[in-house]
Design a protein around this ligand. Structure first.
Ligand code: PLP
Length: 360
């Protein structure tokens, strides 16, 4: 087998090796069923047990209250950008959006198809390198939408936005930081995340939604785009992404075995902490995100010289540090170090960067 290298991909991203090993076994036969995980009916006992465990572990890890549904949907986070306003925003209503990156902007674009959008704050003036502290909400927004971690720019909200009308519900696109730290689900109406950064493979989207909102959604939409359809059938209205749900279940087991969300938070603070500490002390590399807004998940940095960035990336790639190239809208480098990224990989990167710095 080919050796695995340090994979800093922003998504799809690295998964725990123990999870991949277990999945490999179960591809041929799920437990002793003699039928592989991808070959089981979603209505059969073995897969239903997998889906039930995935939901139960998700609830346990995040302490999800009983009045919330946990849904496993398809279409990625991008479908949620549209499905949320489609269900909850009428033409004469306003939704409030915190604009902290290009994913937020895409969410705004979809919402505008259905109703009015009020911009609470935007950090576009500085190419989204910070999380704004000044926020102006509209008087009676239907909901308030924010992106807790900005994957491309390496910024992250330290806590939930607050101070808006309590008639509104809070919506979080948590695609790139879900379960990276403990979360108080009761503060939210909807939390959604494409799985491919912190939870599993692409193709499954986790949606945590309060029961009253499931009821309130627009009932004149095609069935697949109504939350109530999926809530009423335990995400099995049609064939769900069975392999994705299975892998997510294994990732949840791994999170639980590694201290739950508090354990993830400790690991993530340690990993990101040492990388930022080195960047702050480096005379070659500088982090691009504002210090108070730094992400635990995506660490963006530059040398300030495009040729040096390119030379660094080339050498990194040759030495087994893959996918460190920053998004084209920021340039430079981005180390995505999600929950499953091993601490030893961060140590190896820092050591490689120090060597590069010494010879640059
Ligand atoms: C990756 C990402 C998305 C897009 O997710 P898809 O599942 O590809 O639609 C949306 N929001 C954030 C914050 C992301 O990081």
């Amino acid at each position: 087998m080919t050796d695995r290298i340090w994979n800093f991909s922003a998504g799809p991203a690295v998964l725990p090796e123990s999870v991949l090993e277990e999945a490999r076994e179960n591809l041929l036969s799920l437990g002793d069923t003699g039928v592989g995980i991808c070959e089981h009916s979603h209505r059969g006992k073995p897969f239903v047990a997998v889906a039930e465990e995935a939901e139960a572990l998700c609830r346990e890890l995040a302490g999800i209250p009983d009045n919330y549904k946990v849904l496993f949907l398809q279409g990625g986070a991008s479908t949620q950008f549209g499905m949320i306003p489609m269900n909850f925003l009428a033409k004469d209503q306003t939704a409030d959006y915190l604009v902290t990156g290009s994913w937020s902007k895409k969410a705004v674009k979809e919402a505008k198809l259905f109703g009015n959008v009020h911009t609470v704050c935007s950090s576009e003036d500085k190419n989204f390198n910070y999380i704004p502290t000044d926020k102006t909400y509209s008087d009676s927004p239907r909901y308030v939408h924010f992106t807790s971690n900005n994957t491309i720019y390496g910024t992250q909200f330290a806590s939930e936005p607050a101070g808006f009308s309590n008639e509104a519900f809070l919506v979080n696109d948590s695609s790139s930081d879900i379960f990276c730290r403990p979360i108080d689900v009761s503060k939210y109406g909807i939390i959604y995340a494409g799985a491919q950064k912190n939870l599993g493979p692409s193709g499954v989207t986790l949606v945590i939604i309060r029961d009253d909102l499931v009821e309130q959604g627009n009932s004149e939409l095609t069935s697949m785009l109504q939350y109530r359809t999926h809530a009423a059938s335990d995400s099995m209205y049609n064939t769900p992404p069975t392999f994705g749900i299975y892998l997510m279940m294994l990732v949840f087991r791994w999170i639980k075995a590694n201290g739950g969300l508090a354990g993830m938070h400790e690991r993530n603070k340690a990993k990101a902490g040492k990388l930022y500490e080195y960047l702050d002390s480096s005379s070659l590399f500088q982090p691009t995100a504002d210090k108070a807004s730094r992400s635990l998940m995506n660490v963006c940095f530059v040398t300030g010289d495009a040729d040096k960035d390119a030379a660094f990336l080339k050498k990194a790639d040759a030495e087994g540090f893959s996918a460190l190239k920053g998004h084209r809208s920021v340039g430079g480098m981005r180390a995505s170090i999600y929950n499953a990224f091993p601490s030893e990989g961060v140590d190896a990167l820092i050591s490689f960067m120090k060597d590069f710095e010494a010879t640059a």
